[in-house]
Design a protein around this ligand. Structure first.
Ligand code: ADP
Ligand code: MG
Length: 247
């Protein structure tokens, strides 16, 4: 689905990515693990087309991102939904306006069709009857779900999640993990989750990759990953790979 090939990226003196190769399989959940500052968010932004690599290619269904013209690029952007860490809702808009926003920006749907799309989406995510609520009135879990509804409303083929459970209490984190699982299955979406949470990764991932010192140090199915012979991977699994897991 997404093929990441030999990606390098430098900011000033600092080479963050030193040749990242990763295959992201379709309709599965891939979790990219790594300590803070390893370049996980940078990698997601490249998949999103918001940052360009210095070297290497990102192919989506065989098509190189850089070969796309302006129109194709906006088509591409519509295929990808992203849930940022803070859900990033518009505070001055109610739930209905927030979720309808991408539809009003990118489609010519009538009000009736928009309303129907919203109803289905909010019901699917367990959020009926909150159309008129403002973001400030919502719990953290509801905000996440509204953010997810807004990301899903254009029916993306790919969902990117940047640290979806960071800062949430364990119960809420669990329900967000469940939501990622259900969303992937229900909508047949290719999901990429960036996380430092090894336990959650084992719960939701079909594939795990560990980004460390600019390269993918280990990757595989969760049971393969768990059996890695690399000392750093074992340290990471045991939670002993040093501080700074947040980010
Ligand atoms: N636009 C940017 N300009 C300069 N440095 C950046 C930029 N984006 C990220 N970085 C740096 O790249 C490194 C990796 O960042 P990031 O991808 O956010 O790490 P992670 O998400 O793994 O915690 C950090 O040292 C960060 O400061
Ligand atoms: Mg990050």
């Amino acid at each position: 689905m997404i093929s990441i090939q030999g990606i390098k990226k430098r900011f000033g003196e600092h080479e963050i990515l030193k040749g990242v190769d990763l295959e992201i399989p379709p309709n599965k959940i891939t979790v990219i693990l790594g300590q803070s500052g390893q370049g996980k968010s940078v990698l997601l932004k490249m998949i999103m087309g918001l940052l360009t690599p210095d070297h290497g290619n990102i192919l989506l269904q065989g098509q190189d991102l850089r070969d796309l013209g302006h129109d194709d690029r906006s088509q591409y952007a519509k295929k990808i939904g992203m849930l940022f860490q803070n859900a990033a809702l518009f505070d001055s808009m109610n739930v209905e306006e927030n979720v309808a926003f991408p539809l009003r920006e990118h489609t010519k749907y009538s009000d009736a069709v928009i309303r129907e799309t919203l109803e289905t989406m909010l019901n699917d995510l367990g959020l009926p009857d909150i159309y008129q609520k403002m973001p400030a009135e919502l719990s953290g879990g509801m905000r996440k779900r509204v953010g997810l509804a807004r990301a899903l409303v254009l029916k993306p083929e790919i969902m990117l999640y940047d640290e979806p459970t960071t800062g949430l209490d364990p119960i809420l984190a669990d329900s967000v993990d469940q939501l990622i699982l259900n969303t992937g299955q229900k909508f047949g979406i290719t999901s990429v989750v960036v996380s430092h949470d090894i336990e959650a990764a084992f719960k939701i991932a079909d594939k795990i990759a560990l980004l460390h010192e600019g390269v993918i140090l280990e990757e595989g199915k969760p049971e393969e990953f768990r059996k890695s012979k690399k000392p750093f991977v074992q340290q990471f699994i045991l939670g002993k790979a040093g501080e700074g897991f947040i980010g």
